[in-house]
Design a protein around this ligand. Sequence first.
Ligand code: CA
Ligand code: CA
Length: 98
Amino acid sequence: MRIAIAALFAASLAIPAFAQTEPPADFDEAAWQAEWDVGDTDGDGKLSRDEAKAGNANVTDEVFDQIDTDDDGFISPEEDKAALFKHLQAREATRTED
Ligand SMILES: [Ca+2]
Ligand SMILES: [Ca+2]
């Protein structure tokens, strides 16, 4: 349930063992920016709830609220990346527990 909007392209990323809050080694800023620009349809530099939902069918109100950590009603680039990295770390943690 913690699928972030940016997880659309996460499947292609190789995941380092300990990402912490740093971007994964193979994190592609340009690719992320391209996805972001597609989602931010009004170009105001943040994703509204409607933009986030339109950009990713996995984004429910619950998911949006999890990503919008400062509860301002918008997903900032920082919040989006934080959610993505958290998602990648969670996936890596699951893998290493095997
Ligand atoms: Ca926007
Ligand atoms: Ca926010």
